[in-house]
Ligand binder design. Structure first.
Ligand code: PRP
Length: 189
């Protein structure tokens, strides 16, 4: 059946079912690696809101995973033009709990130029966690400016400006359940 898409959306790139499968695959790998340990997931707001929630619940469904999973959130903003960040990252909201001695997994929706994750790995790594790894739903490797290790990847992102499932364009489209390509005329030339 033909799906009616919101104005501004050209086509669906990744369906809600494909996103759920990717989250399940990441959860299975994470469950194996943290079996018997206590884990803190740190979601990076706002984009990673949905992937953090869905990954945490997928993790709870895998038998024999971490003993317990705690959730925390952090928010950063990066300066740049409307659809490409500049590399200057600023912390706008810190975690609510200390992470010293904890096993920490940063959860991101997307890695593009890599500056955000590079900043977060350095900042959180300085706080002496027992371990620090990264899970990313979408790896967009085409415009990487800094090399950042990613431990768990859900999907490779097409080289398009993607919105939905937490990702926005000017704060719109975040609540779409799928990942979609914007119509080119919506973006600045
Ligand atoms: C997006 C995304 C990542 C970051 C990745 O966040 O959620 O945090 O960009 O980009 P990079 O690898 O090029 O640094 P954004 O700054 O758009 O904020 P948001 O999550 O609040 O939408």
């Amino acid at each position: 059946m033909q799906q009616t898409l919101p104005p501004g959306i050209e086509r669906v790139l990744v369906t809600a079912e494909e996103i759920a499968d990717a989250n399940r695959r990441m959860a299975e790998a994470i469950a194996r690696d943290y079996a018997g340990r206590s884990l803190v997931l740190i979601g990076v707001l706002k984009g990673a809101l949905f992937v953090t929630a869905d990954l945490a619940r997928a993790l709870a469904e895998v038998p024999g995973g971490p003993t317990d999973v705690q959730l925390d959130f952090i928010a950063v903003s990066s300066y740049g033009n409307a659809h490409r960040s500049s590399g200057e990252v600023r912390l706008t909201q810190d975690t609510t709990h200390a992470i010293e001695g904890r096993h920490v997994l940063i959860v991101e929706d997307i890695v593009d130029n890599g500056h955000t994750l590079h900043y977060l790995r350095a900042m959180l790594g300085n706080r002496q966690p027992a371990s620090l790894r990264v899970a990313v739903l979408l790896d967009k490797p085409y415009h990487r400016a800094v090399d950042v290790p990613i431990d768990y990847v859900g999907l490779t992102c097409p080289d398009e400006f993607v919105v939905g499932y937490g990702l926005d364009y000017q704060e719109r489209y975040r609540t779409l359940p799928y990942l979609a390509k914007l119509r080119p005329e919506v973006l600045p030339a």
